[in-house]
Design a protein around this ligand. Structure first.
Ligand code: IFM
Length: 488
């Protein structure tokens, strides 16, 4: 490759701050399998995936990547990759099968063994309490639209903290509550598959409240040591033009996509414009009780940001866009006749220009730079981490038993360069977690989409590090990437 004049030196390195966490992330239902072992009961994802027509090819997480049994091998892989941190989630229904009452020790023992072995391998355990797998029994009692679920979540957080508090470096309460609320109860493409905008908004509030209850429980159990976080899939919302109507569309999507969480979590309460946009759907005065916003706003230590692609929107008059239900129909999360954007039903969604991943998501690292620098400016003093970033591509296992994935390496390189630029411009980013360690159960897509740095041959459960895994291992070891990515 020839360097243009003034372009960065091909041999130069972009170095990350000392102590930067190089991690990979996974989630319990996507990798563990062993769904009926050691007292675990069904979660909403067991029910949903076993419902005909909900998941591609009828795939389920029954076996997944069998991580429940193969975790020692997976930790050895993490060590080979030079990871300094591993972000996993705890299955609520393994720990507290009915969503209430005492913990099941056999369920907790799995996470004790996992975290002990991670620590022995020099890898810091980052535990997420909720990555979408609500115990089915709690859904049967009303699920996240019911306030009691938030109280139950606080109780579960206390049990987890008591059992694992001496081993976990950072606790994340919720992963991507937007997906839980709006894909789970709005468009219905995720479990539990309900399609009611009022339920979706109520779920969002009770997820926020559950976070607040969990923060209180973790601080009470671990007063001196708890490092607490939440991971949000913040939408980098962009208006198609600077026209006021397009900017108004972006404001609406930003309100129900981002500020419905960041408002009460970080800025004192729900924004007035969100309440106005959705007043016809939910009674906010009845939903949000005195003291709720204070509980949700209890200080945290880290804001986790999950980023894949920006969100480009316009007012309805643009012909080329897709309405929220059309967008949902085309959305890579799965097909639905129902909008996951309450209060923004008239907004049109557009595919941003440029290449896409196999999910149909536009590749645009500037969205990550913008999110990190904006989050840094809006929340001075709060550490940031990229708790998920990565891409699905159609990987092929060659006859020689290798997987070459140059597109994934290019994706990771460009997004890490964006993180580096954000750090240079003042964002306090402390770590990066690749999504995902392993190919796994990609929700409504089943096993059809592969996000892993490590390929999984599902027939044999053999793990094969892709070329991106080797590239990421070098990156983690050097704490740096090349300034220029040589695609060759
Ligand atoms: O696989 C998911 C993960 O569970 C949550 N964030 C997005 C990933 C890719 O879709």
């Amino acid at each position: 490759m020839t360097l243009a004049p003034n372009s960065p030196d091909a041999t130069a390195q972009l170095r990350f701050p000392t102590g930067f966490h190089w991690g990979a992330a996974t989630a319990a239902y996507q990798i563990e399998g062993a769904v009926r072992e050691d007292g675990r009961t069904p979660s909403i994802w067991d029910t949903f995936s076993h419902t005909p027509g909900k998941v591609h090819a009828g795939d389920t997480g029954d076996v997944a990547t069998d991580h429940y049994h193969r975790y020692p091998e997976d930790i050895a892989l993490m060590a080979e990759l030079g990871l300094t941190a591993y972000r996993f989630s705890i299955s609520w229904s393994r720990v507290q099968p009915t969503g209430r009452g005492p913990a099941v020790e056999r369920g907790l023992d799995f996470y004790r063994r996992l975290t002990d072995q991670l620590l022995e391998a020099g890898i810091q355990p980052f535990a997420t309490l909720y990555h979408w797998d609500l115990p089915q029994e709690l859904e049967d009692r009303g699920g996240w639209p019911e306030r009691d679920t938030a109280e139950r979540f606080g109780e579960y957080a206390a049990l987890a903290a008591e059992a694992l508090g001496d081993r976990v470096a950072v606790w994340t309460t919720l992963n991507e509550p937007w997906c839980s609320a709006f894909l789970g109860y709005g468009s219905g493409v995720h479990a539990p598959g309900r399609t009611n905008p009022r339920d979706a908004l109520r779920a969002a509030h009770h997820l926020n409240l559950g976070h607040g209850r969990a923060v209180a429980a973790l601080r009470a159990a671990l007063p001196d040591s708890a490092q607490l976080a939440i991971s949000l899939n913040l939408h980098q919302v962009r208006a198609l033009s600077a026209e006021p109507a397009d900017r108004e569309a972006a404001r609406r999507v930003d309100a129900v996509g981002n500020r419905i969480f960041t408002g009460p979590l970080l800025h004192g309460g729900y924004p007035d414009d969100l309440r106005r946009d959705t007043a016809h759907l939910v009674d906010w005065a009845e939903l949000v009780r005195p003291g709720d916003e204070q509980a949700i706003g209890a200080p945290i230590d880290v804001l986790g940001i999950n980023y894949y692609t920006p969100t480009l929107v316009s007012a309805p008059q643009h012909e080329a866009g897709l309405s929220p239900t059309e967008a949902a129909r085309h959305d890579a999360h799965g097909a639905s006749e129902h909008s996951p954007w309450p209060g923004s039903e008239s907004v049109l969604f557009h595919l941003p220009p440029g290449g896409t991943t196999e999910m149909g998501w536009a590749i645009d690292p500037s969205g990550l730079y913008d999110l990190l620098t904006e989050a840094g400016r809006a929340n001075p003093g709060l550490a940031l981490m990229v708790t998920e970033n990565g891409a699905a591509f159609p990987d092929v296992l060659t006859a020689e038993g290798a997987v070459h994935d140059p597109e994934r390496i290019a994706y990771l390189h460009s997004h890490l360069a964006a993180v580096h630029r954000a750090v240079a411009d003042g964002a306090d980013v402390r770590g990066y977690f690749l999504w995902s360690l392993l190919d796994n159960f990609e929700w409504a897509h089943g096993y059809a989409k592969r996000f892993g740095a490590v390929y999984v041959d599902y027939a044999t459960q053999r793990r094969i590090p892709k070329s991106s895994a080797h590239w990421y291992a070098r990156t983690a070891r050097h704490n740096a990437i090349d300034a220029v990515h040589d695609q060759g």
